[in-house]
Ligand binder design. Structure first.
Ligand code: DAH
Length: 352
């Protein structure tokens, strides 16, 4: 009986093919070849009609059993291949180092500020803070800066429109000074915080004030309408220029290297007397082809400033300084354009 004898070898061949399929597409193709509507087992079924009555039941049963077996094998192989497809292509290497998230870092200006603050903390200074929107009194008058000083010109300073010196006062605001509303501005220096701190607490004082300041400058390689300063103020009895120079020297050596030299040049600031500009010199300055670079302003606190905050200038003495953070950062990192600090291009920031 030829048909019945054909079933077993055909089934074995089909099973072997299904089990060895290496991907889902090949498996589905094999399914079609063997048990699909035009498959070979379907063809066998059709041949049943040619058999005798006696032979039919046994052959039909055998074909059905084989078909069931093939369907089971097909499902099993499909499961295996689907699982394999879902797994990662590469084997997992558990000894490989983990994937690190790129960590951000502090902005170079923050790094420099923190270094300066750290140096001053070592010698007993604390950080103080004040408002960026200031009034004219704290930014200028209290610092002995007269009304006709160019810094107070609306061309040099950002005034808040309705309070600007030449704005017409809104009703009820006529008259300034005592009782009147102070013109409001964006502080042009951190020196205003000297006044705010001294108004609030009695001497002695040892503060530094890092902070943002504003000037009506057009942005170019060395100017920006906003930049950072650090102010220092020291008030006690018998404070001398020697204390000022020693302190500045200590901090600059920490910041820019042990071989850094500083020198004082006479200058004028209305809130200090005498006043100086500080120049420094080291290998970085030499690299720029110069002997000295101007870095800060300073001086002994003017007696009038003490009067303005209610300190007795016969008892108290002090010094103050102020310098720009960007300038120091530019020298330290060899950067020639201040605007790079504000563009926040990570390709630049990553290098520092
Ligand atoms: N305020 C000055 C500026 O913005 C810097 C300065 C000079 C601050 C002398 C001081 C000082 O405290 O004593 O250019």
């Amino acid at each position: 009986m030829a048909l019945l004898d054909d079933i077993e070898p055909l089934k074995r061949a089909a099973l072997a093919e299904l089990k060895s399929a290496t991907d889902l597409a090949t498996l589905e193709q094999s399914k079609g070849v063997w048990i699909g509507p035009h498959g070979r087992f379907t063809a066998l079924m059709k041949q049943l009609g040619t058999l005798s009555k006696e032979e039919k039941p046994a052959a039909g049963k055998a074909i059905n059993a084989a078909k069931l077996e093939l369907e089971a094998a097909l499902a099993e192989r499909r499961g295996e291949l689907e699982l394999a497809a879902a797994l990662p292509k590469e084997p997992t290497d558990f000894s490989a180092p983990g994937r690190r998230r790129a960590l951000g870092r502090l902005h170079p200006l923050t790094q420099v500020t923190e270094d300066i603050v750290r140096s001053f903390r070592k010698i007993g200074f604390v950080v103080a803070d004040g408002p960026e929107i200031e009034d004219e009194y704290h930014c200028f008058d209290a610092l002995n800066t007269p009304a006709d000083h160019p810094a107070r010109d609306t061309q040099d300073t950002f005034y808040l429109a309705s309070t600007a010196p030449n704005a017409s006062p809104s009703p009820g605001e006529e008259g300034r000074g005592e009782g009147g509303r102070q013109p409001q501005l964006l502080r042009t220096h951190t020196s205003s915080v000297q006044i705010r701190v001294m108004e609030k607490q009695p001497p002695p004082i040892r503060i530094i004030v890092p902070g943002r300041v504003y000037r009506r400058d057009n942005a170019d390689a060395t100017h920006n309408p906003t930049f950072q300063q650090i102010e220092g103020l020291y008030v006690d009895k018998n404070v001398t220029v020697g204390d000022l120079k020693g302190t500045v020297e200590f901090v600059f050596k920490e910041l820019l290297g042990e071989e850094t030299k500083i020198r004082f040049r006479p200058h004028y600031f209305s809130y200090t007397e005498p006043s100086f500009e500080i120049d420094f010199s080291n290998a970085l300055v030499k690299k720029l082809g110069k002997d000295w670079l101007e870095i800060a302003g300073c001086g002994m606190v003017h007696p009038q400033v003490f009067e303005n905050v209610g300190y007795d200038p016969e008892i108290w003495t002090g010094w103050a300084f102020g310098f720009g953070i960007e300038r120091i950062a530019m020298i330290r990192y060899g950067i020639n354009d201040i605007r790079l600090f504000y563009e926040n291009d990570v390709r630049f920031l990553k290098q520092l």
